[in-house]
Design a protein around this ligand. Structure first.
Ligand SMILES: Nc1nc2c(ncn2[C@@H]2O[C@H](COP(=O)(O)OP(=O)(O)OP(=O)(O)O)[C@@H](O)[C@H]2O)c(=O)[nH]1
Ligand SMILES: [Zn+2]
Length: 353
């Protein structure tokens, strides 16, 4: 059957480094595809063969929320023998759902550029941007901060300067997302074959920018409530769309649920200034609480480090430590349970023979 959605691996965003994960045998027995949509039991993929739907049960990793295929993933499929596997990811973004037993949920894999969207109004919050950026850098995704609603403020420069102060290597662009030029500001990152994604609070303009990149009429965007600067949540599906210029846009649901999981590396990267200062404290075990020769305290007094940034660093670090310890406790619980079962089986065996 003629499949209209046949695409070359290059157009799908294939990277030579992924080749290392393929054997000659793999290529003889199966094919490589990219996941463009994910539902509960089935994923949609595109490949040189065209478009197809694959049941999740083909994958060994199907029961692990972190390793089952998600949007953006590369997969290898041997349909004849009902086998499939997910490639090791070049980047991976997940979130932790709320609740007493938080399970990680995949947001996207192999994203090339993440646009962290906030707007020049009450949504703008440096500590929140630092939090998102820590997650993005932990996920190993090059990130750009996009400030929307430039047309609704007189203090664009002020917002821009604050955003730029977060991390030297993270570019900041300021746009009126409704204007025709908005897309020009994002052009440097809209590379053919690359996958991009917009994250940020509800109502900041993610759908508007997505529609601009995809060249489609704005749909499903909703009016923002002026009084509390909160928009309604309107984006729900999780899939990857192709723009007219060949860039893939991964459409993610609102990320209000984004929580700090185990992101100590991301935090260290966002706050590299603080990490560098800590090395300059007089004593190696400095608690940075008024200790003699504390470089952190000195930087705060000199106005080089804001109390806000320091407090947010401590707060995010505490959350990350907590998440890490929780993870360890969960693993320990599993280990103990496994041990109990083993002992039980052993006992049964002894009884039998
Ligand atoms: N004036 C102005 N309005 C904007 C701008 N960006 C977005 N809006 C408006 O703000 C509202 C919310 O924009 P959306 O694109 O739906 O926001 P979103 O981030 O996708 O929101 P969710 O789907 O809820 O996550 C819409 O009414 C947009 O038209 C901008 O730069 N300037
Ligand atoms: Zn110190």
């Amino acid at each position: 059957m003629n499949n209209p959605n046949k695409m070359s691996l290059t157009d799908l965003g294939w990277r030579p480094i992924l080749q290392q994960q393929l054997t000659l045998e793999d290529l003889e027995q199966g094919y490589v595809a990219r996941v463009v949509s994910a539902q509960r039991d089935v994923i949609g993929v595109l490949s040189e063969q065209g478009e197809s739907l694959l049941p999740l049960r083909l994958f060994d990793q199907k029961d692990d929320p972190e390793f089952r295929p998600t949007v953006g993933d590369w997969v290898w499929v041997d349909f004849e023998h009902s086998r499939a596997r997910v490639f090791e990811r070049l980047s991976y973004l997940k979130r932790t759902a709320a609740g007493s037993n938080p399970k990680p949920q995949s947001i996207a894999a192999n994203v090339d550029t993440l646009f962290l969207v906030s707007s020049c109004n009450k949504d703008f919050n440096v500590s929140k941007l630092e939090r998102y950026l820590a997650l993005a850098l932990e996920a190993k995704i090059p990130t750009v901060i996009v400030l929307t609603k430039a047309d609704l403020t007189n203090s664009v420069e002020d917002y821009e300067a604050q955003a730029k102060s977060i991390h030297v290597n993270t570019p900041v662009v300021v746009v009126d997302a409704l204007s025709e030029e908005a897309i020009d500001h994002l052009k440097p990152w809209l590379v053919k074959g690359d996958a991009i994604a917009f994250v940020g609070s509800s109502g900041v303009g993610k759908s508007t920018l997505t529609n601009a990149v995809l060249g489609r009429e704005a749909q499903a965007t909703q009016g923002i409530r002026v009084d509390d600067a909160k928009g309604r949540h309107t984006t729900t599906d999780r899939s990857m769309h192709l723009s007219p210029t060949g860039t893939w846009v991964i459409d993610t649901p609102g990320m209000r649920e984004l929580r700090i999981t185990d992101v100590s590396d991301g935090i260290a990267e966002v706050f590299d200034d603080i990490e560098a200062l800590k090395l300059r404290c007089k004593f190696r075990n400095c608690q940075h609480e008024g200790d003699e020769g504390c470089a952190i305290q000195e930087a705060i007094e000199a106005g080089e480090l804001t109390m806000r940034r320091w407090s947010n660093y401590l707060k995010l670090q505490r959350e990350a430590d907590f998440a890490a310890s929780n993870k360890w406790q969960q693993r320990e619980k599993h280990r103990q349970f496994g041990k109990m079962i083993n002992n039980h089986l052993k006992q049964k065996k002894t009884l039998k023979y």
